[in-house]
Ligand binder design. Structure first.
Ligand code: CTP
Ligand code: MG
Length: 552
């Protein structure tokens, strides 16, 4: 169950936000002029992990003075950064400048005593702040939002957007915020503390969309319990003629070891993990995992341990997402489009996943002329000795330093790329070809799976093996239809003043049953009706909100 997160501050309307952000008309939208700092994935992960280790999560009283709160905590040392958010109560994330401050704060913290229940005495970095006497404080706190904009807002954003590019606006609204990213690393760090009770040298690393630059607000938090340090400590060189080894228990396979470790960590999270609820051990899956909700952050977490390759594919996607800013904008647009048409779902099943969609976008961008993204094989040729990486016999070597990859000379606009994406996949020979980002070209399918996207590192695996023929057909139909809608291009743009959808807004409309059999005229009329209805309800909603705010 997702907690409800509420924004305390009073934001302006979307239209106001957009006006503020409008770019001068006529500016060219390409990706490579972007000046994003190009940090290596490992650097970024290490920095954020170290920050998270100096950070605490505090449940606060409903009414609190920010100034007094910071003064109280500063007794333990200077604070580097803090923010508040709401999730069934008010929480604060406080990052100290020094790690010792966390210890000092914990030393002055007691285990609560309760009348009816008994507390399990577990000292974590998730604390609760109580007022000593019941005098209520004046609240003057701005909290940050951790949830994505609603579908209604999504539509409003893309509809109202004129000069400013629709896809980039969507990206800005849906991407993970700095606060949300901090909260993700902190949650991993809190879980690492619990796992460290058994494995003191373990590291819990976020992977997947939380770190690969394609994460949308509200996406799950994939965690990797890294036990390599624990395993490799024995490789220290010692002098003398002897070698010491730990006495250990042996099990018949890596898979059984994984299951045993996750089983015990799962129990631990269930019994001692503050805020960890709904713990499920899914140990018979192809990749065994422990799934749980971290209530205080609102994240749905998947903890795994023997899939280091997934961490490497997150690093590869991070590189693709950082190389050219058009990549993320296009992926977000396609993800939102797929969600709006129920092509993807939060429930596992025969649908296309966001990971597969991201691979399709990358492949498409490799196929442009000139290519916008390099193939994985060409990233491999740019690698140096330090980048060499073999995991379980799979060659995972590719260049890690983003500055060594030449920017693309392609200047196509996002608007064109979106249309071409639908056209490309609306006509792709899925029946005989597979998608392969390693070589950046179609290949014959090695089996009869409806959709075949080769896993870039475990090359004998298909990452979209779960997708059924009917789900693939739905994707193809919608892609063809969206390409058609986008081709109506500039004439639609003129209709903005008549509140008619254009560009992305037009293809985010929910599918009308049997829409494909509609005549063009009918199709247009039904879209216009939907927009009119939506705008009417937006207007009345705004009036209601306005009245509500004024009444408070
Ligand atoms: N993964 C993989 N092969 C698969 C599925 C997943 O290698 N068949 C890896 C990918 O690195 C992926 C990560 O596991 O990024 C997490 O999977 P998932 O949560 O399904 O996808 P995300 O990319 O995190 O996207 P979402 O926002 O939907 O969670
Ligand atoms: Mg995920």
């Amino acid at each position: 169950q997702r907690p409800i997160l509420r924004l305390l501050s009073c934001p302006g309307t979307v239209a106001e936000d957009l006006r503020r952000d409008e770019q001068p008309s006529g500016s060219v939208e390409t990706g490579f002029e972007d000046k994003i700092p190009r940090k290596r994935f490992s650097e970024m992960q290490n920095e954020r992990r170290e920050q998270a280790q100096r950070t605490v999560l505090i449940r606060c009283p409903e009414k609190i003075s920010e100034k007094k709160f910071l003064k109280y905590l500063s007794q333990h040392g200077p604070i580097n950064n803090h923010f508040f958010y709401e999730s069934f109560g008010l929480y604060a994330v406080v990052e100290f400048c020094r790690k010792e401050s966390v210890g000092s704060l914990q030393n002055g913290t007691r285990t609560p005593s309760m009348a009816m229940e008994t507390a399990i005495p577990f000292r974590s970095r998730f604390l609760s702040l109580k007022l000593k006497n019941q005098t209520s404080e004046q609240s003057c706190i701005q909290s940050s939002d951790q949830l994505p904009p609603s579908n209604r807002k999504l539509f409003e954003i893309t509809l109202l957007c004129r000069k400013y590019d629709q896809l980039n606006t969507l990206l800005k609204e849906f991407q993970l915020t700095e606060e949300n990213t901090k909260l993700r690393y902190l949650t991993c760090s809190l879980i690492e503390d619990i796992a460290a009770a058994y494995f003191p040298d373990c590291v819990v690393r976020p992977f997947g969309s939380s770190v690969n630059t394609f994460g949308k607000l509200g996406c799950d938090l994939d965690m990797f319990l890294d036990l390599d340090e624990t395993r490799n400590l024995s490789t220290h060189k010692t002098s003398g003629n002897f070698l010491t080894e730990f006495q250990v228990k042996n099990v018949p396979s890596e898979r059984i070891a994984t299951q045993k470790i996750l089983s015990v960590i799962g129990e631990c999270l269930d019994h001692f993990g503050p805020g960890c609820v709904g713990v499920q051990k899914i140990l018979n899956a192809r990749c065994p995992l422990v799934r749980f909700s971290h209530q205080a952050s609102g994240f749905q977490c998947d903890l795994t341990t023997n899939n280091r390759i997934a961490l490497t594919s997150s690093e590869l996607l991070y590189i693709y997402g950082t190389l050219d800013s058009r990549v993320r904008a296009l992926v977000f647009g396609i993800r939102c489009w797929a969600r709006a048409h129920s092509l993807t779902s939060s429930i596992p099943g025969a649908w296309i996943t966001n990971f597969s969609l991201t691979m399709m976008v990358i492949f498409f961008l490799q196929r442009r002329s000139p290519p916008i993204l390099p193939t994985l094989d060409s990233l491999k040729t740019l690698a140096d000795a330090e980048d060499k990486c073999i995991i379980e016999g799979n060659n995972c070597t590719f260049v890690r330093d983003l500055n060594r990859i030449k920017p693309s000379g392609n200047t196509e606009t996002l608007e064109l790329l979106l249309k071409e994406f639908f056209e490309y996949f609306g006509n792709f020979a899925f029946n005989k070809n597979s998608i392969n980002i390693r070589q950046g070209r179609e290949q014959n399918k090695p089996d009869s799976s409806p959709l075949y996207i080769q896993n870039p590192f475990e090359t004998s695996l298909n990452i979209s093996k779960n997708v059924s023929q009917s789900q693939l057909q739905k994707f193809v139909d919608l892609a063809q239809e969206s390409a058609w809608v986008l081709q109506q291009k500039d004439t639609d743009r003129l209709s903005v003043s008549n509140n008619q959808p254009w560009g992305l807004a037009a293809i985010l409309l929910p599918t009308v049953p049997n829409r494909r059999s509609f005549t063009k005229k009918k199709r247009k009329r039904s879209a216009n009706e939907s927009v009119r209805n939506l705008l009417e309800s937006l207007k009345s909603n705004r009036t209601a909100n306005f009245t509500e705010t004024n009444e408070k």
